[in-house]
Design a protein around this ligand. Structure first.
Ligand SMILES: O=C(O)CCC(=O)C(=O)O
Length: 287
């Protein structure tokens, strides 16, 4: 079996930027073709939801012909936030398309530049169907680490990828640069949207100016799990589709309390790298 590691794909400037600022933007990392399997997984889920809404008499039309970027928004246009949140604020389905995306060598090459070539795909990954004009669309200021405060894993790198162009109208990501060295701040559960997101009070955010990160579909934003970030509500009429994936070095806490992650890349033990079948079977491949 050949060694899979590549040494990474980021330039010295990109690595330096990440190390200083706590995040880096990789414009157009992925092509339409790279996104396709995960997009099909999202479409599959929308089909299921449309079927259920139709069966329940909540919609009169499954809107099968509507484009991906609008269909889910239009299905829920006359329904309530509670109807939408029944399906969760984010989705973590074990559909093959997500494994293909999480194993994409372009993503792994980029992450390898930052934390080396022994890469564990953390169990926490989300598809975010941010539909228009519901409170739950906005994600309050937080550190990802607040979701795994006791885990012995540092750094966990989030790879955030939009499937449509993300901008200030449809609720792109916002970040506070250089906050990656902060300790984990005391968070609370937000209560406004019914999502229970972890959240920080404005008084905890410090003086660091906020940077909005509008990026085109297929771009990636990589950030450290202590970086303060948030996203605004979707004020457009389309769905702001995105995924957030996470990676960490293999010698760290695999966080089984959050699910089963997988060995995405290894130079030392390439034969242990998870296959789609392993992942679908929830086989722990990090041992
Ligand atoms: O996708 C969003 O709107 C927010 C993402 C986020 O907060 C995260 O990935 O931790």
């Amino acid at each position: 079996m050949s060694v899979q590691t590549t040494g990474g794909s980021l330039t010295k400037e990109q690595i330096d930027f990440y190390n200083e600022e706590g995040y880096v933007v990789l414009p157009h990392l992925l092509t339409e073709e790279d996104l396709r399997p995960a997009r099909e997984a999202m479409e599959h889920k929308v089909d299921i939801i449309a079927g259920e809404l139709f069966e329940a008499g909540l919609v009169a039309d499954k809107l099968e012909q509507r484009p991906f970027r609008y269909r889910l928004a239009e299905l829920f246009r006359d329904l309530t936030a509670a109807d939408f949140l029944k399906y969760g604020r984010g989705w973590r389905d074990r559909f093959p398309g997500y494994f293909h995306l999480m194993s994409n060598p372009k993503i792994l090459d980029a992450v390898e530049s930052l934390i080396g070539g022994e890469l564990f795909a953390n169990p926490v990954y989300n598809t975010r169907p941010k539909i228009p004009k519901i409170a739950a669309g906005a994600v309050p200021w937080h550190q990802d680490k607040s979701y795994w405060p006791d885990a012995n894993a540092n750094p966990v790198i989030t790879v955030w990828i939009p499937f449509v162009d993300a901008n200030e109208l449809n609720g792109c990501l916002h970040i506070k640069p250089r906050t990656q060295h902060k300790r984990l701040l005391k968070w609370h559960r937000e209560t406004v949207s019914g999502t229970g997101y972890t959240a920080l009070h404005n008084s905890q955010l410090g003086r660091t100016p906020t940077v909005a990160l509008p990026v085109e579909a297929g771009s990636a934003i990589l950030f450290n799990d202590r970086c303060l970030h948030m996203s605004t509500a979707n004020l457009s009429d389309e769905v702001r589709w995105s995924v957030d994936l996470r990676y960490q070095p293999t010698n760290q806490d695999p966080m089984p309390q959050h699910g089963i992650g997988f060995l995405a890349r290894s130079g030392k033990h390439p034969e242990r790298t998870a296959t789609l079948e392993d992942w679908l079977a929830h086989k722990p491949e990090h041992e």
